[in-house]
Design a protein around this ligand. Structure first.
Ligand SMILES: [Fe+2]
Length: 174
């Protein structure tokens, strides 16, 4: 059977086994971050207290749901590359890259900052992965899509944390 080696797509069968293994390991590391993001966002959704309760309660739930969908996308790419998805709670807990999320935190500022930090850490990780995937464009595309989502949520959380002062120092009109 002829293999397709055009520039648009690189089929899994065209990657050598070692490189495919590297990509699968990278996807599984990202999967752990996304499952953590889903679970942490639910934790924030349930526990958040403060004057911005309604908006943050809903936003954390959106992050949790979309994080779950991104985890699914990444896990299924692992299978498309003929690997095994490592998405158990033990896999996530065993990741040395992921810091523990506090159990008893309820303050909205703290939960918002913690979730923002997690989004940025995951986005940064995926940015590095994406820039190293020129030989695996379908995986690169998945990473780029997820980075867009993570950066959007980070911006939305920043808007909650903002005191209304623009980056140029002037206060925005309402
Ligand atoms: Fe809920």
């Amino acid at each position: 059977m002829p293999s397709r080696t055009g520039t648009l797509t690189t089929p899994a069968s065209a990657l050598d086994a070692a490189r495919r293994g590297e990509i699968i390991a990278d996807l599984n590391a990202s999967l752990a971050h996304l499952i953590d993001l889903h679970v942490s966002a639910k934790q924030a959704h349930w526990n958040v207290h403060g004057p911005n309760f309604a908006g943050l309660h809903a936003l954390f739930d959106t992050i949790a749901e979309e994080g779950r969908q991104y985890a699914d996308l990444v896990a299924e790419r692992v299978l498309a590359l003929r690997g095994t998805a490592h998405g158990t709670i033990s896999d996530v807990a065993g990741s040395k890259e992921i810091a523990a999320f506090p159990t008893d935190e309820q303050a909205w500022e703290k939960l918002t900052s913690l979730m923002h930090e997690r989004l940025m850490t995951t986005s940064e990780r995926m940015r590095k992965s994406a820039s190293n995937m020129d030989d695996e464009l379908a995986t690169q595309d998945i990473y780029v899509e997820i980075i867009r989502g993570l950066d959007k949520w980070a911006w939305m959380l920043e808007a909650h944390l903002s005191d209304g002062t623009n980056s140029n120092g002037s206060r925005s009109s309402r």
